[in-house]
Design a protein around this ligand. Structure first.
Ligand SMILES: NC(=O)c1ccc[n+]([C@@H]2O[C@H](COP(=O)([O-])OP(=O)(O)OC[C@H]3O[C@@H](n4cnc5c(N)ncnc54)[C@H](OP(=O)(O)O)[C@@H]3O)[C@@H](O)[C@H]2O)c1
Length: 320
């Protein structure tokens, strides 16, 4: 069973595994949200920008029809690409539209994105400085109304993360955190809860993917597994039973990657796409019962420095 964690010092919780709705297909998701709810996953991350959003809303309506109450983490951008300033009215309308579409009274977390075009920190930081007087009161109004329980930012860069966290209404980060993208772990603290996106690095942290990398990169994954093992960060007793597949060369990679963000005491939840019931069952089995263990988190983080970066981790046929 997947447990719940408090969002920082708040009295409310999210499930430690959050269902990410970005890759849903109609064919493979019948009954998926219901089963996940039964296994303890009551929190969903969604965005009206995802191509499959209509599929998610359909499956959500079916699942809610059975009397289940879900918690929502919603991704919302303002300003959007091509817009030059924060639009308070547009943002509040977008929140109302989300509440309506999700048939919810409240959004537990709004992952706020400040977009710029071209994408760069200079413009983003400038908009943040200039529009702060509109952004902060708008967020505070939404918090006071109860429509939103918390705001987190999607940071883009560590400088931007630092700047957004200076807004009193922004309490945390909802960002990538996995073995290939560990940078934002620095920010996670009791007063800065973190929701960790893509524990499997968008599917790169699976033996089947690693076996498509060139020999040097494959060796780096083997070195990582050895380093993690030698420090006891991987549970050897589980080696035989929890592999990706019996003949995988990195048998514990999936389990290690899934659990890694949850070892951090201030990660509230890890946001993962699950294609079908079989993946959902495996994910929940592997992620159930992970206790925060900062020492183990740091050991894995050190071992992960042996791995290629997210961008470099490309199969031979794509990298060429
Ligand atoms: N900027 C943002 O805010 C942002 C960006 C990206 C993602 N997200 C959110 O984060 C969620 C996760 O991102 P993501 O899908 O890119 O990365 P991810 O969750 O790290 O990887 C998901 C992929 O891993 C595979 N997988 C999942 N469970 C598995 C299992 N038990 N065994 C084997 N393979 C398994 C599946 O690939 P196969 O189907 O190929 O097997 C799945 O599509 C998204 O749904 C979305 O909600 C947010």
């Amino acid at each position: 069973m997947i447990g719940q964690r408090c969002y920082g010092k708040r009295a409310w919780t999210l499930s430690e595994v959050c269902f990410g709705a970005m890759r849903m297909t109609l064919e493979q998701t019948g009954g998926l949200l219901e089963k996940l709810f039964e296994w303890g996953v009551d929190t969903h991350h969604s965005s009206h920008e995802y191509d499959c959003h209509a599929i998610y809303l359909k499956r959500l309506a079916e699942a809610r029809g059975e009397g289940r109450a879900f918690k929502h983490v919603v991704k919302l951008a303002n300003p959007h690409f091509g817009e030059s300033k924060f639009d308070p009215r547009g943002f509040e309308q977008a929140i109302d539209r989300e509440l309506h579409d999700l048939n919810a009274d409240t959004l537990h977390n709004v992952q706020w994105l400040l977009r710029s075009q071209p994408i760069n920190d200079r413009d983003r930081l400038e908009v943040l400085r200039r529009d702060r007087e509109q952004i902060e009161p708008t967020f505070q109004r939404l918090l006071q109304s109860g429509k939103v329980l918390s705001f987190s930012s999607f940071p883009y860069s560590t400088d931007f993360a630092t700047a957004t966290l200076q807004l009193p209404a922004v309490s945390g980060l909802t960002t990538y955190l996995n073995l290939l993208e560990p940078e934002y772990a620095e920010f996670a603290a009791e007063e800065t809860p973190l929701l960790a996106i893509r524990p499997l690095a968008a599917g790169k942290l699976k033996s089947a993917y690693v076996s498509r990398l060139d020999d040097d990169m494959q060796r780096r994954f083997t070195e990582f597994a050895k380093a993690a093992d030698s420090h006891g960060a991987i549970d050897l007793a589980e080696r035989e039973s929890l592999g990706d597949s019996p003949d995988a060369r990195w048998p514990n990679l999936l389990a290690t990657a899934l659990r890694y963000p949850l070892l951090h005491p201030h990660v509230v939840s890890t946001i993962i796409s699950m294609r079908d019931l079989a993946q959902a069952e495996q994910t929940c089995r592997l992620a159930a019962g992970v206790q925060p263990d900062f020492e183990r988190f740091e050991t894995l983080r050190a071992a992960a420095s042996l791995l290629p970066s997210f961008a470099d981790c490309q199969p031979r046929e794509i990298a060429r």
